[in-house]
Structures are given as structure tokens and as C-alpha cells.
Design a protein around this ligand. Structure first.
Ligand SMILES: [Zn+2]
Length: 236
């Protein structure tokens, strides 16, 4: 399993950091987690074939986490995709996401590949889906008035990745993985894009991400870091 950040900014992108998006890659396909910005461009730059995406997870419908979705689905159609695509989200976001896709005529278009928008189970630690060796589980988080959830991806023999999405400090997110919590607020720069393809294990960029995600010392849960995190997340 490999993963990389396609975007790491807050709600407003900077010159070098686009809005939030992460891709997790296995030999059987890839999962995109959140869809800000222009993911196809950044997937190409990361060495991930866009059509390898078998599933997309939209944690919540703030624009910086979801506005790239219609363009991505449309790009798939233009590129001749035939394989079905499943988009996972919270139950209350199924219809808004379907409406967003419909607005751009990217849902149930004649001749188009099948797009399914599916609700995840909101129970903490519930299994959302499997993709080959990847097991994706979720837990609710605390993003104020916006319903949201955190995502964990496991694969046998690989380090797990937990993505909090936008949240205040939250016990359910910590419980999702106490030692490998990847906080958006601690990602200081968008990582340089490096080739990231199935079968190319251990590229320097991938190792850097994994070490960063797995280091408790760099993600200390002390009060000062929680205050910084709260300010960051509450603005997301
Ligand atoms: Zn948000």
C-alpha cells in the first residue's frame, strides 16, 4: 500500500498547496479520499493512473473537500472509462453529492459508466469497503455543524493510515488509531510529487509520508498542539 497527498492546504489553496485530497494505491486499484482541486492533474504528477481509481471517499461537503468531484467524473467519461465508480459519503450527503453531479450532467448520463453514491455506516470503526488488500473503516469526528468522518485504511503487512479530515480533537478519531494519527493541521507543506505506482515500493516520498504519519513524537497530543489544531480545524 502506498499513499500520497494530492493537496494539503486549508480551505483556501496557496501557490504551492491545493485543497485536501489523498490517494491510497494498491495493486488492485486506488482510493481517492476527498476531492478538492483538480485531482486528475495531480494524480498524473504522482504517477497514479486516474482510471485506477475504483472508489472515492468524500468525508464531508465543504467545497475544499468535494468541489473537484464533478470535474473528475466528467474527466473519466471523456477518457472513456467503462468501469463503475463508487463514491462513499455520510448518509445525509448522498443526495447533495448526487445533486452536485447532476448539476454538471455527470450522473446517469446516457452511455456513461455507472456511478453509485453510497452511504457509510456511521458507527465508530465500521467497515466501509474493501478494495483488494485495502480495508477502509471510518469513525465520526467533530467538525461542528458539518457532519463529517475520519477514515482509516489498512492493508496486511503495511502501515495503516488514519486521516482525521477536518475535526476538533475527538476521542473517536484517536480511537480509530491511537499511534498513527495523520492530522491535516500538522502537514506543513504539500509534499513534492514523486512517482507512486503499484509495485514501486518504498520510494523516498512514500517513506517520508509513512514515517511522518507513524511518529507519535511529531503528533503529540499536548495542550498546545491541541489548541493549534483546534484553530486550524475549526476554519476548515
Ligand atoms: Zn470542513
Amino acid at each position: 500500500m502506498h499513499f500520497t497527498f494530492l493537496g494539503t492546504s486549508g480551505s483556501v489553496p496557496s501557490a504551492v498547496r491545493d485543497t485536501t485530497s489523498i490517494v491510497v494505491v494498491a495493486s488492485e486499484g486506488a482510493v481517492l479520499i476527498d476531492c478538492g482541486g483538480s485531482p486528475v492533474q495531480k494524480l498524473h504528477r504522482a504517477g497514479v493512473e486516474p482510471q485506477a481509481l475504483a472508489a472515492i471517499v468524500i468525508t464531508h461537503i465543504h467545497p475544499d473537500h468535494s468541489y473537484g468531484l464533478p470535474a473528475l467524473v466528467r474527466n473519466f467519461g471523456v477518457l472513456g472509462r467503462q468501469a463503475p465508480l463508487t463514491i462513499y459519503c455520510r448518509p445525509e450527503h448522498v443526495e447533495p453529492i448526487r445533486s452536485l453531479l447532476s448539476l454538471f450532467n455527470t450522473l446517469e448520463r446516457p452511455g456513461m459508466f455507472k456511478v453509485t453514491v453510497r452511504a457509510v455506516d456511521l458507527a465508530a470503526g465500521a467497515r466501509a469497503f474493501d478494495l483488494g488488500p485495502l480495508a477502509v473503516t471510518t469513525a465520526p469526528n467533530d467538525h461542528g455543524a458539518m457532519p463529517n468522518f475520519a477514515v482509516r485504511v489498512d492493508a496486511a503487512g503495511a502501515r495503516s493510515v488514519v486521516y482525521s479530515s477536518d475535526t476538533r480533537p475527538c476521542d473517536e478519531v484517536v480511537a480509530l488509531n491511537r499511534t498513527r494519527l495523520l492530522r491535516k493541521s500538522r502537514v506543513r507543506t504539500q509534499l513534492p510529487v514523486r512517482p507512486l505506482v503499484p509495485g514501486r515500493h518504498g520510494s523516498p516520498g512514500v517513506r517520508a509520508f509513512q514515517a511522518h504519519a507513524a511518529s507519535p513524537a511529531r503528533h503529540g497530543a499536548g495542550r498546545s498542539s491541541r489548541r493549534r489544531a483546534r484553530g486550524k480545524w475549526s476554519a476548515g
